[in-house]
Design a protein around this ligand. Structure first.
Ligand SMILES: C[S@@+](CC[C@H](N)C(=O)[O-])C[C@H]1O[C@@H](n2cnc3c(N)ncnc32)[C@H](O)[C@@H]1O
Length: 407
């Protein structure tokens, strides 16, 4: 029986309504007429009877098998519109009417960090991304989202998998492009022994990696794996958070600088290694708060070595359990907040109770963002501006930046 797709789910499946209830349809777009076998409320391999005008031929040869991308069958304009709509719908569900002002999508071949999976097989090794809804590993030598430097490392990751994967286990290779070359943090491999260390160290040298770590052990630190944030250069701890693309980071930093212009004292909460704190400290005093002390130590070293910056203080603090309290918040002219997917419920409750007037919120989850936005609006803030910054093109992941003002 054919189904008509009404909308996309948050995981980018098509959603249709049949006599038995809601049906999720893989890789289908709104308005399309589809049919296929329904299993557990889902059509995994639909026939598209009437394609949407937004349907395009997926540009990547790995798209059918690889689970890394979910939306290559839709035009860029459709995906941008959908991501904006998801944010607007999440806000509307909380009683906030808002328009996403623009969507800044990072170009193809621009992702500078990715986690590859490596496994040993009967014939040798496989390194790539997981297949859709499966733990099978799919090789992705012609991936269109990653920077070429990340694809060039695949032979070395295969060699590391051959040397260091257990028979049944899987290695997760977190690969980051730094200014000094590639930084690789491997987890899930065999326990280190002298022979493995020698092989890995040899590979790090042969491939000129800036840094290679295996679980908590540093195998090679040939150069500091530097990242520039504003006027400072930071050497983040292995595998530390970094915005996924340089274009996405630039769009977020520009938004944050613009939204906080004129503030003399700024708190940067969930500060990481200083993506926002270090550009901000060019013109304002900044207090950076983050739970990972090692990230703050890297931020601090970067700040000390840079020239001409204003005062920066920092504090390792769990902001879920011990958010900044109203009297602490009131010391600042503006606050920037960039929490993980869970959002910042506890911190936002304290901000609501403070006298703060200017808040910039960077979020990687429209659902928790909308929940926190509702609390802010109840406390007298107005949502002044919201944009989507799409660093994860072709995926269902959505990031945004918003400015709240209280008059
Ligand atoms: C989305 S990242 C943003 C980092 C930074 N703003 C950036 O753009 O590079 C979220 C940060 O929150 C930190 N974090 C996670 N849970 C936390 C908590 N409970 N309290 C404080 N920081 C936390 C993580 O270590 C991470 O650095």
């Amino acid at each position: 029986m054919p189904f008509t797709i009404d909308r996309l789910s948050l995981l980018a499946d098509g959603v249709a309504h049949g006599p038995e209830g809601t049906v999720h349809v893989a890789m289908a777009l709104p308005g399309e007429l589809v049919e296929g076998t329904v299993e557990n409320g889902r059509i995994a391999a639909p026939s598209i009877l009437t394609p949407s005008p937004d349907r395009v031929k997926a540009p990547c040869p790995h798209y059918r098998a690889c689970g890394g991308c979910l939306l290559q069958h839709a035009s860029d304009a459709f995906v941008a519109g959908w991501k904006g709509q998801v944010v607007e719908t999440a806000l509307a569900g909380r009683g906030i009417a808002a328009r996403v002002a623009r969507v800044e999508t990072s170009p193809e071949f621009s992702r500078r960090r990715a986690t590859f999976s490596g496994r040993r097989t009967k014939k040798g090794t496989l390194v790539g991304f997981h297949a859709r809804a499966s733990d099978t590993v799919v090789e992705v030598p012609r991936c269109r989202i990653l920077r070429p430097e990340l694809l060039a490392v695949l032979p070395a990751l295969n060699a590391m998998t051959a040397a260091g994967a257990s028979r049944k286990g899987e290695i997760a290779f977190a690969v980051t492009l730094s200014e000094a070359g590639l930084e690789i943090a491997a987890r899930g491999g065999k326990e280190m022994d002298p022979a493995l260390f020698q092989t890995l160290a040899g590979l790090a040298e042969a491939h000129d990696f800036a840094r290679l770590s295996w679980e908590a052990e540093t195998v090679a630190a040939r150069r500091p794996a530097l990242q520039s944030f504003g006027a400072a250069r930071v050497n983040p701890p292995p595998g530390a958070f970094l915005q996924a693309t340089a274009a996405g980071e630039a769009a977020l930093v520009e938004f944050v600088l613009d939204a906080t212009r004129g503030a003399a004292r700024i708190a940067d909460l969930f500060a990481g290694c200083g993506t926002f704190a270090l550009p901000l400290v060019a013109t304002a005093e900044v207090h950076a708060v983050e739970s990972e002390a090692e990230m703050l130590a890297a931020l601090d070293r970067g700040w000390r070595q840079a020239q001409g910056l204003k005062r920066l203080t920092h504090e390792a603090r769990d902001l879920f359990r011990r958010p900044l309290l109203p009297d602490e918040i009131d010391r600042f002219d503006a606050v920037v907040i960039d929490p993980p997917r869970a959002g910042a419920e506890a911190q936002v409750a304290e901000i609501a109770a403070s006298s703060l007037r200017d808040l910039t919120y960077v979020s990687c989850n429209p659902v928790t963002f909308a929940r926190d936005a509702e609390r802010l609006v109840q406390a007298g803030f107005a949502l002044a501006d919201v944009i989507v910054v799409d660093q994860f093109r072709y995926s269902a992941h959505i990031e945004l930046a918003a400015r709240f003002r209280r008059t």
